[in-house]
Design a protein around this ligand. Structure first.
Ligand code: SF4
Length: 265
């Protein structure tokens, strides 16, 4: 059902307020040394990394219903968030209304996503733990947010710290939080060279925020319908390789200024 602008704004503000009540963002991160990955995982109490089937290695995710910019767009039919693959379509009683959300509907998946969200926003060891796990469990490439998005400048700052602590790893962070990233960078913060932040276009066949990305020294991504996709020379090849990245590293490279993904529904 289409929402008018006032309804969307009201829903967004209500959701932001609710999130702020229980989201305590810890400013000071605490160093911690782990001997083994088992001890690190025991300390956390659950698996902190996700395992998206498309990706060559593990990733990190949080619930899509925590997306701030995204929650303002999910009611807009021409926006990519409207058909978010990670956001189950539920009514107020929790009843599923459509197939949207796929395996993200499972309780076990939602529990993991919520645990990761709580750890990232409330645990002062987030940077230490993520840095250790990535060092031990990732060989080359790490993706942030196969579900969800940056919650705050503090979270982005923590991600930058993790990237600096793991200089041998390429990090990719796709985001629709353009304004948040802009505030972070224009207030003087630096993005580490091994962290590729892609500002994502908001609509199918929509233009990417190229000007803003260039100003901030970032890159972009887009979602295009098959007719547009077929005419492009460079595009995400995953749809031709069983929905896998295989050897492609385009999303992790700051040299690739825009990555177009094929829209499929
Ligand atoms: S462009 Fe390459 S790296 Fe990016 S999602 Fe597609 S296959 Fe994976």
């Amino acid at each position: 059902m289409k929402q008018n602008k006032a309804e969307r704004r009201e829903k967004y503000e209500d959701k932001s307020m609710k999130t702020n009540i229980f989201t305590v963002q810890i400013a000071d991160q605490i160093d911690k040394v782990f001997d083994t990955i088992t001890k690190c995982d025991d300390f956390v109490g659950f698996e902190l990394l996700s395992n998206p089937s498309k990706m060559p290695e593990k990733a990190f995710n949080i619930p899509a219903d925590k997306c701030k910019a995204g929650s303002n767009m999910v009611g807009l039919e021409d926006h990519i968030c409207h058909e978010c693959y990670a956001l189950p379509d539920k009514d107020e009683d929790g009843k599923f209304l459509s197939n949207r959300g796929g395996r993200y509907k499972l309780d076990v998946v939602q529990n993991s996503l919520n645990n990761r969200f709580n750890f990232a926003t409330m645990n002062p060891y987030f940077v230490a733990v993520m840095s250790y796990k990535i060092t031990k469990q990732i060989k080359k490439k790490f993706r942030w947010f196969d579900s969800g998005d940056i919650q705050s400048e503090l979270m982005l700052d923590n991600i930058c710290k993790v990237a600096r602590n793991t200089p041998h790893i390429k990090h990719w962070l796709p985001t629709k939080e353009w304004k948040l990233v802009e505030r972070y960078i224009t207030s003087g913060h630096k993005i580490p060279g091994n962290l590729c932040i892609r500002l994502s276009a908001l609509k199918k066949n929509g233009k990417p925020p190229t000007k803003l990305a260039r100003k901030l020294g970032l890159v972009t991504s887009t979602v295009v319908t098959p007719d547009v996709y077929d005419k492009l020379s460079f595009k995400c090849p995953s749809s031709q390789q069983k929905n896998q990245c295989v050897d492609c590293e385009a999303c992790w490279s700051n040299k690739v200024k825009d990555v177009p993904y094929k829209y499929h529904r």
